[in-house]
Design a protein around this ligand. Structure first.
Ligand code: KG4
Ligand code: ZN
Length: 363
């Protein structure tokens, strides 16, 4: 079964064809990073409009790359939330029209669930198999940090979540404080190269035995470290009053120890994520752990988490290939395939939802 996946929840327009829920035949991602960079983050209205212009070329490119015609597509899976409503509407409306015109099944997919299913995208020629339940899943993206137990396809038990900022948000806000730009995760990872992870004693919110996370205190601690190096802001420029305001990064004295600060900050995030996840794996006697979401692309997290789950729980960590960590439609097609297999087809009344919990009755 060939599923066409469509992902437009935020600032990436993506379309992919996946066969049998695991074999990626194409995955095309058009990123809007350049469009939002000057603003220091995603501007929702600009994002929605860019989705509108990109969607048709991106879907055409995904079909061409898969060497398939539209009539060889058996079903369409589209992200219905969570995300930016304007962006989500573009993909959902397009997917609906296409499925209606072709009279093929349509399934609305939860974006967070799709991130988890990136771990099912196993190349057919590879030795590796699909994850085996029960699976402990750490989902770390720009808007979410969730630790959950997956007991079967589409079956989730929530163990913990962030009480304030998501892990990706912590990277993004940290990068902003350091004047490193957007998106923050890759910028911090890059800046941290050669830095000392123990140069600054930044706080970790362990929260006792709880499986929840908290990153807002860490951000405040970083702010306190950079403040002494901060130079006065320049005079505002006329374009600062434009409808979509330009972001003016903070300026610092040259002595700002950027690499040490970035390395210590990244380590503080990774430390808590890795140790708490490994502890949960140990307590639940879980043998398989999966990592997912944009922050799963972080090299330090991938390495540290693999080490911790092995050490504490004798468990194996699975991580998606880098291109399937950040937003992409292959993961949407995979999640859609498994949802269709359990009979979760959507009707033409499918709507988008900017907030959408994973595993709820509404997902
Ligand atoms: O999953 P994603 O692409 O979009 C959401 O669903 O939110 O995740 C984006 C987040 C951003 O916060 C970005 O800074 C972070 O993932 N990210 C990273 C890395 N690459 C992306 N964080 C740390 N290290 C990275 N290499
Ligand atoms: Zn995402």
């Amino acid at each position: 079964m060939n599923v066409l996946g469509i992902e437009t929840s935020c600032d990436e327009t993506s379309a992919a064809v996946v066969r049998g829920g695991t074999e990626v035949r194409s995955n095309v991602v058009s990123s809007q990073i350049a469009l939002h960079r000057d603003h220091g983050g995603v501007v929702p209205e600009l994002a929605a409009r860019a989705q509108l212009t990109a969607i048709i070329p991106v879907v055409e490119a995904a079909l061409a790359e898969a060497k398939l015609e539209l009539d060889e597509i058996d079903a369409i899976a589209v992200t219905r939330g969570p995300g930016l409503a304007g962006s989500l509407l573009v993909g959902a409306n397009f997917a609906k029209a296409l499925a209606y015109a072709r009279s093929i099944p349509l399934v609305g997919v939860n974006h967070l669930e799709a991130h988890l299913y990136a771990n099912w995208l196993v190349p057919p020629e590879s030795e590796s198999t699909q994850p085996e339940f029960p699976v402990l899943a750490l989902l770390v993206s720009g808007g979410h940090t969730e630790l959950m137990l997956m007991t079967g396809h589409g079956r989730y038990a929530h163990l913990g979540r962030t009480l304030d900022d998501a892990a990706g948000e912590a990277f993004d806000k940290g990068a902003r404080l350091l004047g490193l730009g957007y998106p923050g995760g890759p910028a911090i990872q890059q800046a941290a190269i050669g830095g000392r992870t123990d140069a600054f004693a930044l706080p970790r919110a362990w929260l006792g035995e709880s499986n929840d996370f908290s990153f807002s205190g860490l951000k405040t601690a970083l702010l306190r470290e950079v403040e002494p190096y901060r130079l006065p802001d320049p005079e505002p420029e006329p374009e600062d009053d434009a409808p979509f305001r330009k972001h003016r990064p903070p300026r610092f004295a040259e002595t700002l120890p950027v690499a040490d600060l970035a390395a210590s900050y990244q380590e503080a995030i990774v430390d808590v994520l890795a140790v708490k996840t490994a502890r949960a794996a140990e307590a639940l006697d879980i043998r398989q752990v999966v990592l997912a979401g944009g922050v799963a692309a972080n090299r330090a997290l991938r390495e540290r988490l693999a080490g911790e789950v092995d050490l504490r729980a004798g468990a194996m960590l699975r991580v998606p290939a880098l291109m399937y960590c950040t937003d992409n439609a292959a993961m949407v097609a995979a999640a859609g395939y498994f949802a269709l297999r359990r009979g979760a087809q959507s009707g033409w009344e499918l709507d988008v939802a900017s907030r959408l919990p994973i595993g709820g009755s509404d997902s």
